[in-house]
Design a protein around this ligand. Structure first.
Ligand code: G6P
Length: 443
């Protein structure tokens, strides 16, 4: 790494409303993570947002008295040159595409969600070719850089990079595990650094196998709390209560996204109601974003506004900056990230992406082996992994039949007939962003 004069970090999708989170995280860690240049990169359609959030980033850095140069750019190649870390947080088709991912499946009585079920599949189809293009640029312009991907669906994207490119310096990151840890700490009324969770699973399909307070196991207590009105969730997921008997039987800590699989009927009813009354999550977020960008325009604002906490991505900057800091400083601490399995979870292919506790070193994450999941959840995790694998393959090859298989084997989709109907409608809705798929002859 070209560290003598500090690091060069490039954020693709830099016009995102989440950027102030990231900038705050870098400012807090400047002593151990000396960033010389932060390049915020976007596409022409995102230029206005980039300028607004970029100016706020500059004010934040100035207020902190730090000499981090913030560059705003629409030229990805110029930005990537000699980067040390590249972070990706873009949304192909922006929130309008997400709204379609959420709305179309509902017509067929199927969960409409940005990273799960049909929505997650199409987000993957739109995103994976773009990330592969970014990697081609990185191979030429910054071959030693680390790619830290937050772009969803983070598990499928990590899978696609590992299995369909030669790029190995990639880590996929999500805020769900850190969010779970913070919620457990709040539940127990202790500082988060006294809580440790043995995390393992896949992105948005991660379990806490054990939970500890100061090294003492407390999972029974946490489950008890979760079934007495404190069920943890995130801003973007309806807080439907867990069934106490089920959770006690499971004896694992599910993540908020597990509700889509274990409480499918209730979540679907809730989603349909919300979509009718307030709009889907993307439509709600569009309004939140308008308010956020109005705030960001205020030249007296010099810090991350509290309103950003209404977004589902809370703590994501802590997760991201801790990870970059640990790679850079070779700390060897434990963090849950998306990386290649390498046998850490016995029932998942060794060359597939998993989200699991890892020791973070300058050579990347070293997954901590768990043996295997209890049989109670092993099948579901394997099924989602099969879905992600086939989906990533289809995203790369543009093969319609593979896409149909991916849709059909997703546990949220009831049959091949409905899978095909949703698939064809979504192909039509997103066709501008799916050049790799030739139009199927039967549509
Ligand atoms: C959670 C997920 C993220 C996702 C976010 C959406 O935090 O872990 O992967 O991007 O929610 O939040 P939003 O506010 O956009 O609905």
């Amino acid at each position: 790494m070209t560290v003598q004069n500090g690091l060069k970090v490039v954020t693709i999708g830099g016009g995102s409303s989440y950027t102030p989170e990231l900038v705050e995280g870098f400012i807090k860690r400047y002593d151990t993570l000396p960033i010389r240049e932060l390049w915020l990169v976007d596409i022409p359609e995102g230029e206005e947002k980039l300028n607004i959030v970029g100016e706020l980033a500059k004010r934040m850095v100035k207020e902190a008295g730090l000499s981090i140069d913030i560059h705003l750019s629409l030229n990805r190649e110029e930005a990537l040159k000699d980067a040390d870390f590249v972070t990706t947080q873009f949304r192909v088709g922006m929130l309008d595409a997400r709204a379609k991912d959420e709305r179309i499946p509902l017509k067929y009585d199927v969960i409409g969600q940005e990273t799960n079920g049909p929505g997650g599949l199409f987000k993957g189809f739109r995103t994976i070719p773009v990330i592969i293009d970014i990697i081609k640029d990185m191979e030429r312009l910054c071959p030693d850089a680390w790619l830290i991907n937050f772009t969803n669906p983070a598990g499928m994207v990590t899978e696609a990079i590992y299995r369909h490119t030669n790029w190995k310096k990639v880590v996929g990151l999500c805020n769900v595990p850190i969010g779970m840890k913070m919620k457990v700490a709040k539940m127990m009324e202790v500082d988060a650094d006294r809580i440790h969770i043995d995390f393992a699973g896949l992105n948005h399909m991660i379990f806490g196998l054990n939970v500890y307070l100061d090294g003492e196991p407390i999972i029974e207590k946490v489950i008890e709390e979760m079934t007495t009105g404190k069920g943890m969730t995130m801003e973007n997921i309806a807080n439907i209560e867990w069934d106490a008997d089920f959770l006690k039987g499971l004896n694992l800590l599910p993540c908020p996204y597990h509700r889509y699989y274990y409480k499918t009927d209730e979540m679907l009813t809730e989603e349909k109601k919300e979509a009718e009354e307030k709009g889907t999550r993307a439509e709600v977020v569009q309004k939140l974003e308008e308010q956020l960008f109005e705030l960001y325009k205020d030249e007296t604002l010099r810090e991350k506004p509290e309103q950003l906490e209404k977004r589902g991505g809370a703590y994501y900057s802590d997760a991201a900056c801790n990870l970059i800091n640990s790679i850079f400083n070779d700390t060897g601490d434990i963090q849950p990230v998306n990386t290649i399995n390498q046998g850490a979870i016995a029932s998942i292919p060794t060359d597939s992406a998993v989200e699991v506790n890892c020791i973070i070193t300058k050579n990347g994450p070293k997954p901590i082996a768990i043996g295997d999941f209890p049989v109670t959840v092993r099948g579901l995790v394997q099924q989602i992994k099969s879905f992600e694998r086939v989906a990533a393959e289809a995203a790369v090859t543009g093969d319609y039949n593979q896409a149909l298989v991916a849709m059909t084997i997703n546990p949220l989709v009831p049959s091949d007939k409905i899978a095909k109907e949703i698939l064809d409608e979504m192909f039509e809705a997103h066709k501008d962003y799916l050049p790799q798929f030739k139009k199927p002859t039967n549509v």
